[in-house]
Design a protein around this ligand. Structure first.
Ligand SMILES: NC(=O)c1ccc[n+]([C@@H]2O[C@H](COP(=O)([O-])OP(=O)(O)OC[C@H]3O[C@@H](n4cnc5c(N)ncnc54)[C@H](OP(=O)(O)O)[C@@H]3O)[C@@H](O)[C@H]2O)c1
Length: 319
């Protein structure tokens, strides 16, 4: 079969022949149809993600660990839990029986492959208990997940949406899809702290954080009251770390600011996951929630893997 083959950590996957997977006991072969290429896949392939050893400790290997494909009877499913070295970026892969679920009817498989990024935005409800009318700050709103978060916040009835990015042109696009106020983080630390304060209105109720690192460090410092006062609660949901993996957090940032920090997985269980997923499906089917995908054939993987021009569009390899 043809596959995107990675020969070393940090390398670029190449379109090559690779032996077909053979199903062992309790396994099933998947005919792959669509794979969303995300930062996590690149970080794993680069050897910089905590799951790198598990997913690409042996070479040659095929990157990406989930996608959309067809079972031997033709049923289209979302699959995961691939058996190495057979990642998802190939004509076929192999997974344990049951490591898949049918995809919703009437939605392009390439879009279904990207829906998980919209699910992250629903953590404003599941982790932070968002209620309509609240003010939401999206950190990293020019990215794929951040743009979806702005749209989801609007659909959930946010009162105000403040969105951050590093590029004015892209921030204008984010305003066009629903942000009320935008902040360019590519300014001095002092100017950024002031921008967070100027844009907060009555205060940020929920922060969806796809960045961590410098912007979040400055935000958390800026939220510390300048006098003895009870800070308004701000519920920060940690979802991604596009800027940096660590921050320096002063004790005062938690002691007096009213800030609470949660991981995006808080509040998730099979029931809430299903509710959240069904909500995303409903909005997608009705056209209220749209996904910007850049479809490429598997044969283009080497060039596509290195693209930096996507501006909020998700790269999806279609087969
Ligand atoms: N937990 C989950 O299930 C899940 C799902 C999806 C994503 N994520 C995580 O969420 C994060 C965003 O994912 P994505 O798919 O939206 O990525 P993306 O499309 O590449 O967007 C990345 C965002 O981060 C910004 N950014 C990158 N480096 C930065 C820096 N050094 N300083 C400030 N801003 C920076 C980008 O700004 P520019 O537009 O200016 O480049 C963009 O807004 C990633 O960490 C990803 O792993 C998590």
């Amino acid at each position: 079969m043809k596959a995107a083959v990675l020969h070393e950590a940090g390398g670029i996957p190449r379109y090559e022949d690779f032996p077909d997977p053979v199903a062992g006991d309790g396994e099933v072969i998947i005919d792959v149809r669509a794979v969303s290429v995300e930062n996590v896949d690149k970080a794993i392939a680069a050897g910089t993600h905590y799951a790198s050893e598990k997913y690409s400790g042996q070479f040659p290997a095929i990157p990406a660990f989930d996608g959309i494909g067809a079972l031997p009877d033709g049923t289209l499913v979302g699959f995961g839990n691939i058996r190495l070295p057979y990642g998802a970026l190939a004509e076929k892969t192999v997974v344990p029986q049951g490591s898949y679920m049918p995809i919703p009817d009437g939605i392009d498989p390439a879009v279904v492959a990207v829906m998980a990024s919209a699910v992250t935005a629903m953590s404003m409800k599941t982790a932070a208990g968002f209620v309509p009318g609240e003010t939401v700050l999206v950190q990293g709103a020019t990215g794929v997940a951040g743009r979806l978060a702005v749209k989801v916040a609007r659909l959930l009835g946010a009162g105000r949406i403040v969105a951050t990015g590093r590029d004015d042109d892209q921030l204008r696009e984010v305003q066009a899809i629903g942000a009320d106020t935008v902040i360019n983080t590519a300014v001095s630390d002092e100017a950024l702290a002031q921008a967070y304060l100027d844009a907060r209105g009555d205060g940020y109720d929920v922060v969806l954080d796809y960045l961590w690192g410098r912007p979040s460090e400055i935000l958390l410092r800026a939220l510390v009251p300048r006098s003895f006062a009870f800070g308004k609660p701000t519920r920060v949901v940690q979802i991604g770390e596009s800027a940096e993996t660590v921050i320096t957090l002063a004790g005062s940032s938690l002691r007096t600011s009213g800030v609470e920090i949660y991981g995006a997985a808080k509040g998730l269980n099979p029931r809430t996951m299903d509710e959240v997923y069904q909500q995303i499906v409903t909005w997608t089917r009705s056209g209220e929630l749209t996904f910007d995908v850049e479809k490429v054939p598997l044969s283009d993987i080497e060039a596509a893997w290195q693209r930096t021009d996507l501006r909020g569009r998700r790269l999806v390899v279609v087969l």
